[in-house]
Write a protein that binds this ligand. Structure first.
Ligand code: ATP
Length: 366
């Protein structure tokens, strides 16, 4: 397994890129550490597959370097890089048995017969396809074929990394959860560098120790699921992670902090200091629905608002309130009694109120 470093990497599918929008990957530096379990999370078209294909060597980056353990691999073929890649749809040899499909990459590497047998059985057991080993792949269901496809990647002990490109798309929803857990277990057992591409936050956080969130060809944040939730570095991370996503309000500077309409939101002194140094007019505040507080009685730091909607989700409620012209989502416990059309008082605990300038988080220590 290897540490994978992307150095000043950028990629455009156009031969004459002239502005940032022509790039599928905008210039970035990133390190996937040796043995880590990572997810690459982002919406359709943000550049996830392009990044994976650059790592595996299927795509040559137009700028920058790919280094495995410090060694440049740009000129190396996928085979020379020794990367296993599992795609969205199964890649199996239909006419071969499951056993032969799994043994194929090992035979290619001239592994001894007895070791091949042991390894194929080990992986088949982990993936729960031992009873299918001597069936022809063409007779398997789509789920089973994808398990074989994953097994073909996992079976190789010597790989630099395993890259998964939305591997559970064809898998039945019931099985998806189990397979995700399985992959995590396999990672713990074999300690291989794994990068898992997905647009599903749940899939990313069950599999990965750290998640790289991609947006518009950039990695906007690389952190643990908790960091992405509690301290989103970019408004996109706030919006994309969480259900519902972060409340984001466009604001203007004013004496005590920032304001929208007649609502003034006080800021911490360090936030005011930082804001003074920044010229941009693109200023937002963000707060997650989980951290907004609601009360039936007024208080000094609460704003009067109207309840627009209550969505009961069984174990909790999502309350929509109107504050000025803004609509905010608030997550409340099932027991919290609230009536549509009623008055309610909203407050924003300071530690959870985030300030964004040009979509990036303003931090105390930058
Ligand atoms: N072979 C190609 N030629 C030209 N443009 C491409 C090619 N492959 C991808 N793109 C473009 O590059 C951008 C990034 O695509 P990419 O497939 O890497 O994103 P993604 O995040 O993996 O999306 P998805 O989840 O839909 O697969 C998109 O605008 C896409 O249209």
């Amino acid at each position: 397994m290897a540490e994978i470093q992307l150095k000043s990497l950028a990629h455009s599918y156009s031969s004459t890129p002239s502005d940032p929008a022509d790039y599928a990957i905008r210039q970035l530096d990133h390190v996937w550490e040796r043995g880590g379990a990572y997810a690459l999370l982002g919406p359709s078209g943000c550049g996830k597959s392009t990044m994976l294909n650059i790592i595996s060597g299927l795509v040559q980056p137009s700028e920058g370097e790919v280094l495995f353990d410090g060694r440049r691999v740009n000129e190396m073929s996928p085979r020379e890089r020794n990367i296993a890649q599992v795609f969205q749809f199964p890649v199996v040899y239909d006419s071969m048995t499951v056993y032969d499909n799994l043994a194929f990459p090992l035979k290619n590497n001239k592994m001894a017969g007895s070791r091949i047998k042991a390894r194929v059985h080990e992986i088949a057991e982990v993936l729960e396809i031992e009873d299918k080993l001597y069936r022809k792949a063409k007779n398997l269901t789509a789920d089973e074929k994808q398990k074989v496809s994953m097994g073909r990647g996992l079976v190789r002990e010597d790989v630099s990394a395993i890259l998964f490109d939305e591997p559970l798309t064809v898998i039945d929803p019931q099985l998806k959860w189990r397979l995700r857990r399985k992959l995590k277990q396999i990672h713990e057992q074999f300690d291989i560098t794994m990068v898992y591409v997905t647009h599903d936050q749940l899939e990313a956080s069950t599999f990965a120790d750290k998640i790289a969130v991609m947006y518009d060809g950039q990695i906007v944040q690389f952190g643990t699921p908790t960091e992405l939730f509690e301290q989103p570095n970019h408004t996109f991370v706030g919006f994309f992670i969480g259900s519902p996503g972060m409340n984001l309000i466009e604001v203007k500077r004013c004496a005590e902090g920032v304001c929208f309409g007649t609502t003034v939101i006080p800021l911490e002194p360090w936030q005011i200091d930082r804001l003074e140094l920044m010229k941009s007019a693109n200023v937002k505040v963000g707060i997650r629905p989980e951290f907004v507080e609601l009360a039936r009685q007024p208080s000094d730091d609460a704003f009067e608002s109207e309840v627009l909607d209550v969505e009961d989700l069984g174990t909790y409620k999502i309350v929509t309130v109107r504050l000025g012209d803004e609509r905010l989502k608030v997550r409340q416990s099932e027991e919290f009694e609230v009536r549509v059309g009623g008055q309610i008082y909203v407050s924003f605990p300071r530690q959870w109120l985030k300030l964004y300038v040009d979509e990036f988080l303003v931090q105390e220590h930058q």
